[in-house]
Design a protein around this ligand. Structure first.
Ligand code: FO1
Length: 314
């Protein structure tokens, strides 16, 4: 099924990339734009690494490691092994092929190109035709205030400490000065459908919404905005979403998510296991199978969401 609606997906992390894959199979590339999170970015060994952009990019290019969801399939790890041989502490695992992406990105950024331009160029070179827009070209970094280690940059919290520290607060360094790019604002304004993918609401969607210009464009949108819940049976399938949200005293039910997105949603998609949460909802809810194990699952969910939104618009 290929729809001709203009669709914008807000995505971060592995869950987001799965639905992005499904949407990419249901839409023509010129009608599909992904707004990607850059607040998980980090600098290591002089290289600029954009994990969330890369997860989407590798997924769309058919290069993603299917087991981990991040990184490249059939990777080798000789570079990090050599760095360790030199005595460097390497807690963030960069594969040999993945390194090539960071080397090129850093080189092009150093030549003065924006992250938007660099990302477009990387996608083009990998033969991916949809548009992936970093939400901003300005520095933006997720910071987690923890009970045990004080304030940690996101990847230290997530990878180095395996999201085990107790989170007291999450905030975004640079969010006051950052500006959404013109391309991002235009894509949101012109979209017929906006989908918040089943990404971590606090760590992946919130940094997109925090960038000045994004929420304003969403409020002025003409399109329909729906979110797909990342929770199944009241739990996160993977990663820290449930633990973190509980620590931050946020409600992970359908009502909690609708409130978390503060009036931005026209609809919410939840899993069958949570169907009782649809009762009495203040916005329409689609109850369906949201777990995406196979490629068919990803395409089926994407098509179901698009069909549901389409049927509600007409
Ligand atoms: N996640 C891990 O759990 N451990 C890693 O060592 C790791 C390395 C890594 C390297 C490149 C990349 O693009 C992603 C990587 N990730 C790793 C995943 C990454 O931390 C997360 O996908 C996101 O930032 C969370 O959305």
């Amino acid at each position: 099924m290929v729809l001709d609606a203009k669709v914008v997906a807000f995505a971060g992390g592995v869950g987001g990339a799965k639905l992005v894959y499904g949407l990419s199979k249901s839409l023509s590339p010129e009608h599909f734009t992904i707004i990607g999170n850059v607040a998980d970015d980090l600098d290591l060994f002089g290289l600029h690494i954009s994990p969330d952009l890369d997860t989407v990019m590798y997924t769309l290019a058919g290069l993603a490691n299917p087991a981990a969801g991040w990184g490249i399939t059939d990777e080798t790890w000789q570079t990090v092994e050599m760095l360790r041989h030199y005595g460097e502490e390497v807690w963030f695992n960069l594969g040999d092929r993945d390194f090539a992406t960071h080397i090129l990105r850093t080189q092009w950024l150093k030549q003065g190109h924006s992250l938007t331009t660099v990302t477009a160029r990387l996608l083009e070179r990998l033969g991916v035709h949809c548009t992936l827009l970093p939400v901003t070209d300005d520095p933006l970094r997720t910071m987690v205030d923890t009970q045990e280690y004080g304030t940690l940059p996101f990847q230290e919290y997530f990878v180095r400490y395996q999201w085990q520290p107790t989170a007291l607060n999450v905030w975004f360094y640079g969010m006051v000065e950052a500006q959404a790019t013109t391309k991002v604002v235009t894509a949101i304004r012109e979209a017929d459908v906006i989908v918040f993918c089943p990404s971590n609401p606090v760590l992946s969607i919130a940094p997109l919404l925090a960038v000045p210009g994004v929420r304003e464009a969403l409020v002025e949108r003409h399109g329909v905005c729906v979110a797909v819940s990342p929770f199944v049976g009241g739990k996160a399938l993977k990663g820290p979403a449930e633990k973190l949200m509980r620590e931050l005293k946020l409600d992970i039910s359908a009502t909690g998510l609708i409130d978390y997105y503060e009036g931005l949603l026209d609809g919410l998609v939840i899993d069958k296991l949570d169907q009782e949460q649809a009762v009495g909802s203040k916005i329409p809810i689609l109850v369906t199978e949201t777990v995406m194990k196979s490629e068919d699952d990803k395409v089926r969910l994407a098509e179901e969401v698009l069909r549901w939104v389409g049927s509600r618009k007409s």
